[in-house]
Design a protein around this ligand. Structure first.
Ligand SMILES: Cc1cc2nc3c(=O)[nH]c(=O)nc-3n(C[C@H](O)[C@H](O)[C@H](O)COP(=O)(O)O)c2cc1C
Length: 463
């Protein structure tokens, strides 16, 4: 008999800003685990500040930030009262490099602090934040901001997040936090980012606790490896993502298509003794029950929340996706090429988005956000950044190979557009899980909407 020590439902982290603080707050306040997307939150913050911070939410959150000189420097730089005129492009936050300036560090910390604070506002339930391991340069600063706001959980996938427990410990103890990032090179193979919080803030940090850590995995092997390599107690539990999940997926074992070997052996996973949640097409009451039967605490669901009223996805796209999904006409493909990470990425085939060949071909490549860059060793021995979706000549000049560029799309710009947080005209990229049959249960007609409360009651219906 399940004791309900844990939530049955984790609302998955969905970047960029689909898992907004509004969504996470609502889910957590209703007793399930809401997750804020931590992906490039600094870009979201500077966009909202220049849009006039409608409702004053960011400034309200930052008025509680323990180092007012830092939060004020960010507000002074980016806030525009009443919003910036529409014909002036919005100032972007600087792209990350291995030696980020203080203003960028401050912006990352303030963004993570403010949005976690807002996700926790008005209720006492736990809140989680999700990061992609691959978006590595900001981790030490982002986690500092989230921990200052007392975030309860961190989930992380899209890579092997072995370094996160040590990062959290260092921040908690006001020691120097470090994050090692691979460098493509011959004499340099990694670079370690360091953050001395005491030096930066001028005093020790007052942090209440170390968040519970939930790696996102898709194999028994990774779960076992994480447990074996990390000190006991470092991992709270796991989210297992099956290949049907929205966003990035683990590559198929046979490199071409998913088969039996790409599914986790849940009996073996249970034997590890840690709680786990299963995601990827589990958004039905029956699937929740099934997950519990096979030993899970519950499910992680994304798509069902991404299309709800409280999601941060652009409302007109969300409506169109719901409409097509309700009619059974949504076309979703697992695109093996589009993500510069090299991981498969689920894409909805929607007119006007980069899923369409003509939109993809006519777009000029640009790299001005830089979330998914890889570090590489330059000929002068310094470290540079490159992305397989950047302009091809630039990528080749940086030592990249032409075959790496084929079919790659700029997920940074595409996802910022899908979140209505891009002031440049950039086509969207829209991701969703394979299974959206929940729409027929939640919508009364093809144009209707639904909210988080309805999602939770629907999913818990069979318990
Ligand atoms: C729009 C969207 C964006 C996503 N972005 C992320 C992300 O940034 N990080 C992550 O770990 N998972 C991401 N996911 C995966 C979800 O967190 C969740 O595990 C998955 O959606 C579960 O499968 P479901 O969509 O079938 O419910 C994303 C999913 C969707 C639908």
């Amino acid at each position: 008999m399940k004791t309900h020590q844990h939530p049955e439902i984790i609302q998955g982290g969905m970047g960029v800003n689909t898992s907004s603080y509004v969504l996470a707050n609502r889910v957590s306040s209703l007793g399930q685990l809401g997750t804020l997307s931590g992906t490039i939150l600094e870009g979201v913050l500077v966009h909202e500040l220049q849009n006039g911070d409608k409702g004053g939410h960011i400034r309200r959150a930052l008025s509680t930030f323990p180092f007012p000189n830092i939060s004020e420097s960010v507000i002074k730089k980016f806030y525009v009262e009443g919003g910036a005129p529409k014909d002036i492009p919005i100032k972007r936050v600087q792209m990350f490099n291995t030696d980020p300036p203080d203003l960028l560090i401050s912006t990352v910390i303030c963004a993570n602090y403010a949005y976690v604070w807002l996700a926790k506002e008005g209720h006492k339930n736990p809140v989680s934040i999700n990061y992609l391991e691959k978006v590595a340069m900001p981790h030490i600063y982002a986690i500092t901001g989230a921990m200052l706001a007392d975030v309860d959980f961190i989930t992380m996938g899209a890579g092997i997040p072995l370094q996160i427990p040590e990062v959290m410990n260092s921040i908690f103890e006001s020691k120097v936090a470090q994050y090692r990032i691979p460098v493509i090179g011959t004499s340099i193979t990694s670079f370690t980012m360091t953050f001395d919080t005491q030096k930066f803030f001028g005093e020790k940090l007052n942090i209440k606790k170390i968040p519970k850590f939930i790696p996102i995995i898709s194999s028994n092997l990774l779960a076992t490896m994480l447990i074996q390599k990390l000190p006991p107690g470092s991992i709270y539990g796991f989210v297992v993502e099956e290949p049907t999940a929205g966003g990035h997926n683990a590559p198929p074992r046979n490199k071409l298509s998913y088969g039996e070997k790409d599914y986790v052996d849940y009996k073996k996973l249970s034997e590890l003794g840690l709680p786990f949640w299963i995601g990827g097409g589990y958004a039905t009451p029956g699937a929740l029950n099934r997950a519990i039967q096979i030993g899970a605490e519950g499910i992680q669901v994304g798509s069902i929340f991404a299309l709800s009223e409280e999601s941060g996805m652009n409302p007109s796209i969300r409506k169109e996706v719901r409409r097509l999904g309700f009619r059974g006409e949504l076309k979703i493909r697992t695109d093996m090429r589009i993500s510069p990470t090299g991981f498969p990425f689920k894409v909805i085939e929607l007119p006007g988005t980069i899923s369409e060949a003509n939109v993809y071909e006519s777009r000029s490549r640009i790299c001005n956000i830089g979330g998914l860059v890889s570090l590489y060793e330059k000929s002068d021995g310094k470290i540079g950044r490159r992305c397989a979706a950047e302009p091809i000549d630039k990528f080749l000049n940086k030592g990249g190979k032409i075959e790496e560029t084929i079919g790659r799309g700029c997920l940074c710009n595409g996802l910022f557009s899908t979140a209505s947080k891009n002031s440049d005209f950039e086509p969207m990229v829209v991701t969703i899980g394979d299974d959206v049959r929940f729409l027929q249960k939640l919508m009364t007609n093809e144009n209707s909407d639904y909210n988080v409360r309805e999602v939770i009651s629907y999913l818990l219906g069979a318990l």
